[in-house]
Design a binder for this molecule. Structure first.
Ligand SMILES: [Fe+2]
Length: 271
């Protein structure tokens, strides 16, 4: 079981940074000491204070308390035609995904993770040939073994949003479509975490799947490294509007569904 990427302290930290609310300001607003806020941001579990901080940050307090109590993990997802790879990269873990068409034996790879061999080993043992590699964004952990993976998979086409263009790769924009055998895909520009952040909505492997990169994590999100406001807005407009049963494949942590995120993600208090 892959562990959740974020708990309440990460969620509060991302939200405070996103809204430019520092520890001093938060302490002042709530009439507590800066050290009280620091304790929470280091994982402290003062439930009343967590609840008050959630209200200041437009986070869902009930869902945040569930995160603090570590009471929820998404139900395991196991469908034919979709495989998650979870590789160490420095002190963290990063995901890559493979999806494939059973009839044509053509596969797509989404991000690379940090190690090509587990992916190429899986492709070989399942007799799959790579049609294309799609990148959700170009933060280092997501493209760590790109050239190695390309070399070992016969140099397939690599697609990336034009705002994160890499020399020699195919630039795409919102609405880009691609098809291969029974698989079809549409690109959605879910920026905010990164400038060219892209979600790939896929039809084919049994259910609808969306490879979301760091736009959304199970119970959290990657954070607005470029724009917190844009990250929240593009998630709301393009990911949280997908059908509830859509499987979400994040760049870190376990897979989840739109339904579970509506119920447990504190960044979306409207659900
Ligand atoms: Fe990222």
């Amino acid at each position: 079981m892959i562990e959740l990427e974020d708990f309440h302290e990460d969620i509060l930290g991302k939200s405070m940074r996103g809204l430019s609310i520092g520890k001093n300001e938060m302490a002042e607003r709530l009439g507590v000491q800066k050290s009280d806020i620091e304790r929470i941001l280091q994982g402290g579990a003062d439930l009343k204070l967590i609840q008050s901080m959630a209200c200041q940050l437009n986070l869902d307090a009930t869902k945040l308390l569930i995160a603090a109590a570590k009471e929820w993990v998404p139900a395991p997802i196991n469908i034919n035609g979709l495989k998650q790879f979870n590789h160490p990269f420095g002190s963290m873990l990063v995901n890559a995904f493979v999806t494939w068409c059973d009839e044509t034996k053509k596969a797509w790879i989404f991000d690379t993770g940090a190690m090509a061999d587990p992916i190429t080993g899986f492709l070989e043992s399942n007799n799959l040939q790579v049609d294309a590699i799609f990148l959700t964004h170009t933060h280092r952990d997501h493209i760590a073994c790109l050239s190695d993976l390309m070399q070992k998979t016969n140099n397939p086409s690599v697609y990336v949003h034009e705002l994160e263009f890499l020399e020699g790769y195919n630039p795409i924009t919102e609405g880009f479509l691609h098809q291969c055998g029974s698989l079809s895909l549409q690109a959605l520009h879910t920026h905010g975490h990164s400038v060219g952040g892209t979600t790939y909505k896929i039809n084919g492997p049994g259910k609808q799947v969306a490879i979301v990169g760091d736009a959304v994590f199970a119970g959290s999100m990657g954070g607005g490294m470029v724009s917190y406001e844009d990250a929240l807005r593009t998630n709301r407009e393009k990911i949280m509007t997908l059908p509830d049963e859509t499987i979400l494949c994040p760049g870190h942590g376990p897979m989840t569904t739109v339904r579970e995120e509506k119920a447990y993600n504190p960044f979306f208090p409207e659900f």
